[in-house]
Design a protein around this ligand. Structure first.
Ligand SMILES: [Zn+2]
Length: 344
């Protein structure tokens, strides 16, 4: 099969298209012929060698995809050859306290495609049967592939962590990213007033069709003041933040007293410094973390995308062999929504 293989860390040019032997599904594994593969920011970090995971090279990248079952390993009885499936990024251990309590996103022994095993930047992938979700006919593979990491993470952060309530005000930072667009839609559907924040005015303007009531740009030095004005001078109930660095303390200043900040990433810098921590405890702010999502989170999103309640936004697609161009696009941040690869 053709695959995109990383032999050494570095820039997009390190993604090498080559022929490799077809994977052979082992016990409890399923061979899936991929029709669409989602690209994630984690892929860029894996490529650069900054993901924080020990990765044995060479490695085929790719956390997730959608396609059709073409072969079964021994012991697989829950899926059939020919069935359309969504391939989730992780096989969780199933035994730890988190897995047994339905919070398997916190499992420390997750085995992740594209990190611990060869992933989805290929024509075929072999995945554990527990990583598969059956796909109804009503959803295209491109849309399905875009769901787990971006929309699953958004669903988990919004419903399991922030527990956004109708009538609350929500600020979504980096709102034009894959997770950001999903958060805007989901917060709006949960009955919240949504303020979308970002940098590119033309991309921000598009968020009204996803439910954003108004937008603010970080390039406006008065953006925090604007958020306060939009919320009767009080600040927002909830802010979703994924940039980290200097932007996270600024996001905290947009909260009302007892407001919740949900941090689910730090793409702009892992080191965060608060000039004035008093400001945090005197206002009883709640600083919450959110990471990954559960299989049930993905199932909830998939059901809503299938009936048209939520949109999986895929506007950039590249042939599999142009994976390096797709990485360049994601790095340039010129995209809107998700970027996918399509094997031809
Ligand atoms: Zn576990």
């Amino acid at each position: 099969m053709r695959a995109v293989v990383l032999h050494e860390h570095g820039g997009p040019e390190k993604l090498i298209v080559q022929s490799v032997p077809d994977p052979v599904p082992g016990e409890s594994e399923v061979l899936v012929q991929l029709e669409a593969i989602s690209i994630n920011h984690l892929d860029l970090k894996i490529r650069r060698g900054t993901a924080g995971y020990p990765i044995a090279l060479p490695r085929i990248l790719g956390l997730e995809g959608a396609g059709r079952v073409v072969a079964l390993g021994s012991g697989v009885t829950s899926v059939e050859v020919g069935q359309r499936v969504l391939v989730l990024p992780w096989k969780r251990c199933g035994e730890c306290v988190w897995c047994r309590s339905g919070q398997e996103n916190l499992c420390a022994r997750s085995r992740i495609l594209g990190i611990h095993a060869d992933g989805c930047y290929a024509e075929l992938v072999s995945a554990h049967v527990e990583q598969l979700l059956p796909l109804p006919n009503g959803i295209a593979s491109e849309q399905a592939a875009a769901i787990p990491t971006a929309m699953g993470t958004a669903w988990h952060a919004l419903h399991a962590v922030a527990r956004v309530q109708p009538g609350e005000s929500v600020l979504v930072m980096a709102a034009t990213s894959g997770v950001g667009v999903a958060l805007v839609q989901m917060a709006h559907q949960a009955g919240a007033r949504v303020i979308a924040a970002g940098r590119d005015p033309s991309k921000l303007a598009r968020l009204s069709e996803f439910g954003a009531e108004t937008t603010v740009s970080y390039d406006d030095p008065q953006w925090i003041e604007r958020v306060r004005q939009l919320t009767d001078g009080l600040g927002v109930d909830v802010v979703f933040e994924q940039v980290g660095g200097a932007l996270l303390p600024a996001a905290v200043r947009s909260l009302r007293k007892q407001g919740r900040l949900v941090s689910y990433g730090a793409s702009g810098g892992l080191s965060v410094a608060f000039e004035d921590w008093q400001f945090v405890y005197r206002n009883e702010f709640r600083i919450l973390g959110a990471t990954s999502c559960t299989r049930e989170d993905v199932r909830q999103v998939l059901a809503r995308v299938c009936v048209g309640e939520l949109r999986a936004v895929v506007e950039s697609r590249f042939p599999l062999v142009e994976a390096s161009r797709a990485h360049q696009l994601l790095e340039s941040r010129a995209h809107f929504g998700k970027v996918v690869l399509v094997p031809q």
